[in-house]
Design a protein around this ligand. Structure first.
Ligand SMILES: NC(=O)c1ccc[n+]([C@@H]2O[C@H](COP(=O)([O-])OP(=O)(O)OC[C@H]3O[C@@H](n4cnc5c(N)ncnc54)[C@H](O)[C@@H]3O)[C@@H](O)[C@H]2O)c1
Length: 258
């Protein structure tokens, strides 16, 4: 098993969650990591380096690809880390014959839908940022490698991965660490998948994404952001509060990176 972006927030949680469940855990990041058990195999590399990624994936059976820039940034950086990086991982997986690739996509591929609409993975993308555009490309690369080369690819459109809910939007978008790990495990083990896309979000009462596809992966989320509702102020007036992507949908959010 391999995890890219293993030094990051989600990568650290996945690393801790999977460490005792697999015989060998390949950890990839451009940030330095130290092996914490004899089963961990650490690789410091840049995901843009397809040869290095391919070498690191040797012997792995599956990869959870989390490495990349997780927010708005100048387009060249996003193309480098997110798009080129995903290409490296898929190409490494193809060459090494991995049985499953799990790609970290984002809810921001559909951020311009209104909050009153329930969005399914089959609906057209409406990215709310350059970051969202880069994740549309990540999903498209996954689809290409599934259709053309027969890889088994699962794209997880991750919600807001947080220990606890800290803002109004999270009442809809929260992904608890427990559910995050649940979706990753399910994406790694679901049977007979050539290509699948699912929203990874907790069982929030106010969620605006269809989670049936998540259930198809065999995982039903357990946590609900509503338990935090009494402590959270909800912004019901601004334009951004009626669009699923929240602040990402504002022009200024992208203009500062142009
Ligand atoms: N955190 C969330 O709520 C959230 C929501 C939706 C999607 N995602 C996606 O999940 C993934 C992980 O998010 P996170 O919050 O853990 O982000 P993070 O920034 O904490 O971790 C990302 C890791 O990727 C590594 N990285 C970035 N570019 C790299 C490169 N070119 N080569 C090698 N390593 C590189 C970084 O060093 C970092 O350790 C990202 O792909 C992000 O877009 C996260």
């Amino acid at each position: 098993m391999a995890v890219t972006g293993a030094a990051g927030r989600i990568g650290s949680a996945v690393r801790a969650g999977l460490r005792d469940e697999v015989s060998r855990l390949v950890l990839i990041d451009r940030a330095g990591l130290t092996a914490q058990s004899p089963t961990e195999d650490v690789h410091k590399l840049d995901l843009r380096d397809a040869e290095a990624v391919t070498a690191a994936l040797r012997g792995a059976d599956a990869v959870v690809h989390l490495g990349g820039i997780p927010d708005e940034a100048p387009l060249p950086y996003l193309l480098d880390s997110n798009v080129q990086g995903t290409f490296s991982v898929l190409e490494g997986a193809r060459r090494q014959g991995l049985r499953r690739v799990v790609l970290a996509s984002s809810n921001h591929v559909t951020g311009f839908y209104p909050v009153l609409e329930t969005v399914t993975p089959e609906m057209p993308t409406r990215p709310d940022s350059l970051y969202g555009v880069s994740k549309v490309a990540v999903e498209a690369l996954g689809r290409l490698y599934a259709d053309k080369f027969g890889l088994s690819v699962v794209c997880l459109r991750i919600g807001s991965f947080q220990d606890r809910v800290s803002e109004g939007r999270h009442l809809s978008t929260w992904l608890s660490p427990r559910d995050g790990l649940g979706f990753v495990r399910a994406a790694l083990t679901a049977c007979d998948v050539r290509f699948a896309t699912a929203y990874a979000v907790s069982a929030n009462t106010r969620r605006f994404w269809d989670t049936d596809s998540g259930a198809d992966l065999g995982y039903v989320p357990m946590d609900n952001a509503e338990s935090f509702a009494s402590r959270i102020a909800v912004d019901g007036e601004s334009a951004q509060s009626v669009l699923q992507g929240g602040a990402h949908t504002r022009a200024e959010y992208t203009l500062r990176h142009l």
